[in-house]
Structure formats: C-alpha cells, structure tokens
Design a protein around this ligand. Structure first.
Ligand SMILES: [Zn+2]
Length: 96
C-alpha cells in the first residue's frame, strides 16, 4: 500500500471495510477525516458511513467474504492482515 490514501467522496457506493478504514473521506459540506471520525450506522449485514456534520452518506460497507479478507491482506490493508491471521488461526485458508 502506498502512503497516499484513497479519497472517498459522497455517494461512493459499495466499498469494503478495509478500503474505507484506510481511506480519507471528503464531504461536499467541507468535512474531511478518517472513517473512525465519521458517523457509522449499523444494519444486519452492512453499515453505512455518513458525514458527522451533515449526515450525507459516503458509502455502504458490506461484510467482507473470506476470499476478500485474504485478498485485502495481500494488498496490505492492516485490518485485513489482522483478520486473515484470525482466520488462519481458526483453520480457514485462502482457496487456491
Ligand atoms: Zn457533510
């Protein structure tokens, strides 16, 4: 992963949690920051990331499949590396 993080604006659509937690969010209203500083709204299988100031949605985040966890780990997302470790410790490995 490069030191330049991805930038997500409003209505970025479906992204995965690894991408968005490593990204910088920029709202049309002028707010910008990290996912950890944004508003999170949980649903059963997904969550939405919203602007903390104006509540405009940045993105909908789906739960990652096992394959996506391993793929994102290879891409260097720290959360994914940790998640992949947990899966391996449970005997779950990437499909060849
Ligand atoms: Zn905003």
């Amino acid at each position: 992963m490069t030191s330049e993080s991805k930038v997500f604006g409003n209505h970025s659509g479906d992204v995965d949690s690894f991408e968005i937690s490593a990204a910088r969010l920029e709202c049309d209203c002028g707010w910008s920051g990290a996912c950890s500083g944004a508003g999170i709204e949980w649903f059963d299988e997904l969550y939405e990331v919203n602007c903390p100031l104006c509540d405009t949605r940045f993105a909908t985040v789906m739960s990652a499949t096992y394959d996506r966890v391993f793929e994102a780990a290879l891409e260097g997302y720290p959360d994914a590396v940790a998640a992949a470790e947990r899966l391996r410790s449970q005997g779950i490995y990437p499909q060849p």
